[in-house]
Design a protein around this ligand. Structure first.
Ligand SMILES: [Zn+2]
Ligand SMILES: [Zn+2]
Length: 253
């Protein structure tokens, strides 16, 4: 089963059009993909904040019609950040129209002091952990990039790090702060809510030991490349290997 349940298009911050994405999925022989553009009226990027319900619902219609024409299975979904308590901030209409809903921590509500260049801010990461537990307990289908793309932006001096450096910083933060008690609580929250834990292609996260742990707790997993360019679509080899190795239960599509 070849799936990729986290793909962006130029409807939000991705490069390709939805047609190019669907063509690519067909070419790769994907069993199912999900187009999950950013949809969050509270996002830090104005380009994402401005997307209206009407535009999104119209976009879903276009996706469905082209997918049907190409005979490619495509789920219409969104990726969104919740409030601190894990509550979604979308209309019932958008909620009901979304066949897959990814919640990801793109920002953290934190009022403590932040010093640029100091990544290991204990208070900030405690707040992050509280937020992700709240999110994992709340509504939605998938917890997106739980150990990747950590919201380190408020801690870095703009223009001082590369993509690869930010990935390395995220990984150091995960191993320093995401310890046993937190992971156990996260697994319990996911089991209770039924939300899936994402195996994230773009960042090759979470750590293998955590995948093993979550699988042993019988947590459900989702596979998503988080592609923003065509070449990333379906790049989930590591996730597929991990799923086979640890007999991961996958989200139903
Ligand atoms: Zn994201
Ligand atoms: Zn994404």
């Amino acid at each position: 089963m070849k799936i990729d349940l986290h793909v962006h298009t130029n409807f939000s911050d991705g490069q390709p059009t939805y047609m190019e994405v669907i063509d690519k999925a067909k070419e790769l022989g994907m069993d199912c993909i999900a187009i999950t553009d950013h949809f969050d009226n509270y996002d830090t990027s104005p380009n994402i904040r401005r997307i209206s319900d009407g535009e999104l619902l119209e976009f879903f219609k276009k996706i469905k019609s082209y997918a049907e024409f190409k005979e490619q299975k495509v789920l219409c979904g969104i990726e969104t950040c919740t409030d601190f308590n894990g509550n979604l901030r979308i209309s019932d209409e958008v909620y009901n129209a979304s066949e897959i809903l990814i919640t990801s921590v793109h920002y953290v509500e934190y009022s403590g002091e932040l010093v640029k260049g100091e990544y290991f801010n204990d208070g900030y990461w405690e707040a992050f952990k509280e937020k992700i537990i709240n999110m994992a307990s709340g509504k939605g289908d998938v917890q997106g990039h739980p150990e990747g793309y950590l919201p380190i932006n408020p801690l870095i001096k703009p223009g001082t790090t590369t993509y690869e450096e930010r990935k390395a910083i995220s990984s150091k933060i995960a191993s320093r702060y995401f310890q046993d008690d937190f992971l156990k609580e996260l697994a319990d929250s996911l089991i209770k809510s039924g939300k899936a834990y994402e195996l994230h292609g773009a960042t090759s996260t979470p750590r293998e030991s955590i995948i093993k742990f979550m699988a042993s707790k019988n947590v459900t997993f989702s596979i998503g490349s988080d592609a923003h360019i065509l070449d990333w679509i379906g790049k989930n080899q590591r996730a597929e290997e991990m799923c086979n190795k640890y007999n991961c239960k996958l989200v139903k599509v």
